[in-house]
Design a protein around this ligand. Structure first.
Ligand SMILES: CC(C)(COP(=O)(O)OP(=O)(O)OC[C@H]1O[C@@H](n2cnc3c(N)ncnc32)[C@H](O)[C@@H]1OP(=O)(O)O)[C@@H](O)C(=O)NCCC(=O)NCCS
Length: 150
């Protein structure tokens, strides 16, 4: 009946902004060593085949960082994979253990030299136990709190 007995849902969010030039510099300097450390084969295939590949890579880098922030995970970039649906909408096609895909949402944008990602995770918490009232706490008494006359 009361709200206290309802399951409590919270939304966790993570946001990350990546300078596209930084990704270009890392690729120039480290090449495959950088790319294969951070991105999955599928991400490299889909991003490197596009006209402005660095912005797609930067957006995916931002998405991984945003997920890591939202979920409070230790970093592990290659355990996270971003793909696009037929409509173009991005989603996590691979998530670290413990994260349910249907509870995670992602949005990407790239413009003016930066890429950004925002991640929402709907976290479902166990039902909050309804605490029994502490003895005497919040009790209204008509005798000014002096106790029952006996
Ligand atoms: C989707 C759209 C808003 C992207 O906006 P934009 O200003 O061109 O580009 P942004 O830099 O802000 O965002 C680009 C990112 O949007 C995301 N995106 C693309 N299509 C999307 C969609 N349908 N829904 C949600 N996100 C989408 C992608 O992740 C893309 O980055 P990526 O290609 O690196 O993965 C724009 O393409 C649009 O208005 N499309 C028309 C609507 C549409 O195509 N709907 C799909 C009908 S099937």
């Amino acid at each position: 009946m009361g709200h206290a007995a309802d399951p409590t849902g919270v939304i966790r969010i993570g946001l990350d902004l990546v300078e596209i030039g930084r990704i270009e510099r890392l690729v120039d300097r480290w090449g495959e060593r950088f790319l294969k450390r951070v991105f999955t084969e599928e991400e490299l295939r889909s991003s490197l085949g596009r006209r402005r590949s660095a912005e797609h890579l930067a957006a995916r880098f931002a998405a991984k960082e945003a997920l890591i922030k939202a979920a409070g995970l230790p970093s592990g970039w290659r355990r996270i994979e971003i793909s696009n649906r037929r409509s173009g909408e991005p989603y996590f096609s691979q998530l670290p253990e413990g994260l349910a895909p249907e509870r995670v949402r992602l949005s990407l944008s790239h413009a003016a030299g930066v890429a950004m990602a925002i991640v929402l995770i709907e976290a479902s918490l166990p039902r909050r136990p309804v605490a029994p009232p502490r003895a005497g706490a919040g009790r209204c008494s008509s005798d000014g709190g002096r106790g029952r006359a006996g």
